[in-house]
Write a protein that binds this ligand. Structure first.
Ligand code: 5RP
Length: 240
């Protein structure tokens, strides 16, 4: 049942949960699943936890310590990619969903593990509310995960790449709520790069990965196979 926001429309959390419920319909007994990170993925994990409480069997790999903690609290069986290197499906959120289901991810700082887990899966399914749909990627700042070693040198290279790709804004090192440098689960830092518009995602991806200090970036190209996007007018399914 949808609650109403002050404007009378459905509130976002309900939309996220509806998208999560659609993804849950794809889950079959015995499946090996990747569990995404963020507020939308959190709904999926909650719903999966309710199924597990009723005896549903699955085995899951979390994409962050936060998701692992949530899944553990719901008694969802967990393992890692060392023991289970191949998964049937990963369900995750996204910061932007562009043409061809190209994504920007990493707003929650879990992009590296999210990409590793998605790449190890037969199928990546994204769940989101309709605010995440864009015609061109880049309005959301692109997260770039970097090794803390040589941070200054990496920043100079990234600044050069931003210029080469006509970025509208600059780079900023991510901080946590306490004002400290944000550290990922893998012990890395994140630069958020304000492109405004990314007209050549593949070329940008290649350029970023050539920088030695770059561990990974939040462009997910060719990974997402389906997106369930919930809006005020219902849920739409997009296939790559
Ligand atoms: O990539 C992510 C975390 O690294 C998230 O999936 C992304 O930030 C979307 O989060 P939310 O569902 O809270 O909007």
């Amino acid at each position: 049942m949808l609650e109403s926001s002050e404007s009378g429309g459905p509130v976002n959390e309900d939309l996220k949960r509806e998208a999560a419920a659609m993804a849950l319909l794809e889950v079959r007994p015995g499946m090996k699943l990747g569990l995404g990170t963020g507020s939308t993925a959190r709904h999926f994990v909650d719903l999966l936890g309710a199924k597990v409480a009723q005896g549903f069997e699955c085995l899951c790999v979390p994409t962050s310590e936060a998701t692992a903690a949530q899944a553990r609290s719901l008694n969802i069986p967990l393992t890692d990619l060392e023991s289970l290197p191949h998964l049937d499906m990963t369900v995750d959120g996204a910061d932007e969903i562009g043409p061809g289901l190209a994504l920007i991810k990493g707003g929650g700082g879990a992009l590296l593990r999210e990409k590793i887990v998605a790449a190890a899966s037969d199928r990546m399914v994204v769940i989101a509310d309709a605010t995440k749909l864009v015609d061109t990627l880049g309005r959301f700042p692109l997260p770039i995960e970097v090794n803390p070693f040589g941070l200054g040198a990496t920043q100079i290279e990234l600044t050069r790449i931003l210029k080469e790709f006509d970025a509208e804004g600059g780079l900023s090192l991510r901080h946590d709520k306490a004002g400290k440098t944000f550290v990922t689960d893998g012990g890395h830092y994140i630069f958020d790069a304000s492109f405004g518009r990314i007209s050549q995602p593949k070329a940008l991806s290649d350029a970023l990965l050539e920088v030695p200090g770059v561990v990974q970036h939040g462009l997910f190209l060719g990974l997402c196979k389906r997106a369930y996007v919930a809006g005020a007018d219902g849920i739409k399914t997009y296939d790559a």
